[in-house]
Design a protein around this ligand. Sequence first.
Ligand code: AMP
Length: 389
Amino acid sequence: MSFAQLGLSDPILNAISDLDYAQPTEIQAKAIPLVLKGEDLIASAQTGTGKTASFVLPILHQLNNDEVVRARSIRALILVPTRELAKQVESSIQAYSQKLELSSLAIYGGTSVESDKQALAQGIDILVATPGRLLDMAYQRAVFFDDLAFLVLDEADKMLDMGFIEDIHNIIDRLPASRQSLLFSATLDGKVRHLADAVYPDAVEVKVAPKGQTPNIEQWMIAVDKDTKSSLLSHLIKENDWDQALIFVEKKHSAAKLVEQLGKRGIEADSIHAGRSQAQRERVWNDFKTAQLKFLVATGVAARGLDMPNLSRVVNYDLPYPAEEYIHRIGRTGRAGQSGEAISLVSKDDFKNLCMIESLLNQLLERREIEAFPVRKAVPISILNYHRR
Ligand code: AMP
């Protein structure tokens, strides 16, 4: 399936090709044709699956040849829970609409009300907003909804968790009934289902699960410079009071080195790798299984085939290659319904590996930052559908 087959217009296809997107992600392939047909849609898709383009592209297509926006009016509204997401969605809109003459704007709390009012004065094609700020603008008659044709609730579950339900209903009550409505959420149960049933009674439902979905394993990554990796790991172990961790490295000499570096910081660890005898490996492994040893550094090869207990935590000190190895590694935690954690330390050199892993997962890994460890060499955000060239 290609983007061209989805029926999007040339200016949009050109913008996508400038971004190097090879083909639609699963949510895009499923959602775009339905939105282009004018269906209301509720979709379960996590952040990182390419969900933003799955609603922005077909909306751009439909707004494309339409009339000019009137003063203080908007034609499409995207409601989001946080200012970060507002900025991110708006910058995606900018990228996807670079060959079109459409305007977009993000408004959110904590910034000047006056400058938002001014920005809205001439009318905006696509407005991204957090609920509180949007209502503020509506109360002050800085924005009118009569020309609105599209509503998107993005990360609806998060908006409800943050207590925006009344604001959302208040906003929806002000919108024309003849609009097209879309809802995206990581989950479609509980409160979200309730909202969807009330607001989107005739919506088509679309689901995409991240591949190798492991709901009870919390997966996250930290971007890190190579030369601060071992001190970052020590910091994580100490600050978070980790009980145990299986720490994967790629090469046997890095295993021995890391054990030494941890030791210098007062963290007792041991290793298994191809350079150690069978007897040594068995002893170390048994110590780890019985929790006498808390931190085990292992190469993927040496750890293969060992009968793993349920672990609370797996660390990818080095990212594995090939990407499938990532799934095997993290599968050693979160077994039998227990919760687990998989943490990857990613430096700029690992970027291609990261792209391959995230493409395989069909999802970006959540990124966390540790204040004491700012990165000098930033790790870019992956594009999904990455293919090794
Ligand atoms: P999102 O889930 O919308 O936050 O998107 C996650 C990431 O995937 C963003 O960095 C997008 O630029 C990227 N992305 C979205 N669609 C595609 C695609 N079809 N091919 C490659 N990367 C994509």
